[in-house]
Ligand binder design. Sequence first.
Ligand SMILES: Nc1nc2c(c(=O)[nH]1)N[C@@H](CN(C=O)c1ccc(C(=O)N[C@@H](CCC(=O)O)C(=O)O)cc1)CN2
Length: 291
Amino acid sequence: MSATIIDGKAYAAGLRARIATQVEPFKAAAGRAPGLAVVLVGEDAASSVYVRSKGRATREAGMESFEHRLSADIDQATLMALVAALNADPAVDGILVQLPLPAHLDAQAVIQAIDPDKDVDGFHPVNAGRLATGLPGFVPCTPLGCLMLLRDVHGTLAGLDAVVVGRSNIVGKPMAQLLLQESCTVTIAHSRTRDLPAKVRAADIVVAAVGIPKLIEGGWIKPGATVIDVGINRTETGLVGDVDFEGARAVAGAITPVPGGVGPMTIAVLLRNTLVSAGRRMGVSIDETLL
Ligand SMILES: Nc1nc2c(c(=O)[nH]1)N[C@@H](CN(C=O)c1ccc(C(=O)N[C@@H](CCC(=O)O)C(=O)O)cc1)CN2
């Protein structure tokens, strides 16, 4: 058996097109475009590429992009003042500070300074709490994108056994919350997990978000399982995921490639969250069932 390849790039393009169709009616009702502010500190090469892609995608969807590029040696107070100004700016519906920040800056303090109702990254503790308690808020873009792909493959996920490998605040923990909301039985595995292969082998759904190239071997995968690879690891041989793709595709039922799987979903969901934020803030109805 060879797995179906889950085409995240194509799914993301479709989602972006559906978002764009709702931007025009939003503009007519609100008298302005939804606005996304992206803050980049320093010149990390990958972060610069992602921020450029976010600006381009925002404009292509008909939204307004506000880009703030700050030098790597900026101090905490200046960054906090920028966040405060963006919180107060009525044209800004979404605020995103690109991570990672340079080591001398306190990223958690910056995240907590963002107005939770403009926190389209879904990283603020208020939004983490809303997700954990089932209240409306913002869900981090990468795990929400993974969920969209999983729903597309399975329809309902209820009753399935899922393992999330990785426990970061950005992917692992929110991913586990989302799968729990879908009535999966969820295991969160991490660096101290005993017998990881056995945990993976028991799962109908495997989400790998641990940042270790090819950690998950093909022989660990349950035949027919769905494998979502969040890893983007730059190695001498190029970009590889956290899953041994060739080994896993021979056993899995469906699998995301790297690149072209989860990555493109992150930016598409960011646009979705920005449109939803704009709708909530301006009292304009957005059809979230299309998103
Ligand atoms: N504030 C945030 N910072 C970071 C986030 C985030 O969601 N919010 N996520 C990542 C980086 N990221 C977006 O910011 C991101 C990562 C990967 C991709 C993507 O499309 N990847 C391509 C490969 C591109 C490449 O060659 O690097 C793919 O997988 O096909 C988009 C966005 C960390 N920081």
